[in-house]
Design a protein around this ligand. Structure first.
Ligand SMILES: [Fe+2]
Ligand SMILES: [Fe+2]
Length: 255
């Protein structure tokens, strides 16, 4: 193939777009669990089973960011992350004081609890959920990925691995919730809000990633983090397939 000489920044941009294409086609984003959740009739018990396992991931997400942040050499990393933290901790669309003050009642964990309450899950049940082995593996692996690995692996895992892929995956979850529940838009806003906010959050991570994607090693580490995260996401959906639909995980069509 003809070699085209590109500046580091456009090379980084090409890398990011290629990685995003790879993610859109990967098994986690195209997982059969998502298609089934969107299209099959679901009982409230099935939706609760999904909701309580997914809650375990929601609770721990900001820890991944706090694990990665101190390792990032860029001086403005904390400033860039601030936007994402503001949203996570409940700033009302968080950018302008006139829009509203941060309140824990708008934090993403709190919004998720509102969703569980609307499903009729009682507060005491949240704390004593038995985690599926796949849920445990997912969390343990991400804590290790973000804590023990190179910061570029962490950026890949949280940025493209989470923020970029979530809007697509959540579309299926929203479709299933709309088809099978009478929840209001407000009661399921944890999900609809991420379809919008995570597009912006992915851009925050991409701003950092672009600076570290001008070497082979940098690109390798970022991609590795993203794809490892998505591999664990596949495992998580496999676990949910069993917990929600009973049978064995259905593997994604090949090719
Ligand atoms: Fe969030
Ligand atoms: Fe996000």
């Amino acid at each position: 193939m003809e070699q085209v000489s590109v500046s580091p920044s456009s090379q980084a941009l090409v890398f990011i777009r290629e990685l995003e294409r790879e993610i859109m086609a990967c098994e986690a984003v195209r997982h059969p669990f998502l298609a089934r959740f969107a299209s099959e009739p679901l009982t409230i018990e099935q939706i609760r089973a999904f909701g309580l396992q997914h809650y375990q991931l929601v609770k721990v997400f900001t820890t991944y960011m706090t694990n990665v942040l101190p390792k990032i050499p860029d001086r403005d990393a904390a400033t860039l992350f601030r936007h994402v933290f503001d949203d996570e901790f409940g700033a009302v669309s968080g950018r302008d004081a006139s829009v509203g003050q941060a309140t824990i009642f708008r934090s993403h964990v709190h919004l998720y609890r509102d969703f569980l309450s609307a499903l009729g899950v009682r507060e005491e049940e949240w704390g004593r959920v038995r985690l599926l082995p796949e849920t445990e593996t997912y969390i343990r692996s991400h804590l290790a990925l973000t804590r023990d690995s190179d910061f570029r692996v962490g950026l890949g895992a949280v940025g493209p691995g989470h923020e970029f892929s979530i809007p697509t995956m959540f579309q299926s979850l929203i479709a299933g919730l709309r088809r099978n529940t009478t929840l209001t838009d407000e009661q399921m806003c944890y999900f609809t809000l991420h379809v919008v906010e995570d597009v912006e959050h992915a851009e925050v991570f991409n701003a950092l990633i672009a600076r570290h994607a001008d070497t082979d090693q940098g690109r390798e580490l970022i991609r590795d983090g993203a794809m490892r995260s998505l591999k664990w996401r596949t495992v998580f959906w496999d676990g949910l397939t069993r917990a929600v639909f009973g049978g064995r995980p259905v593997s994604a069509p090949q090719g």
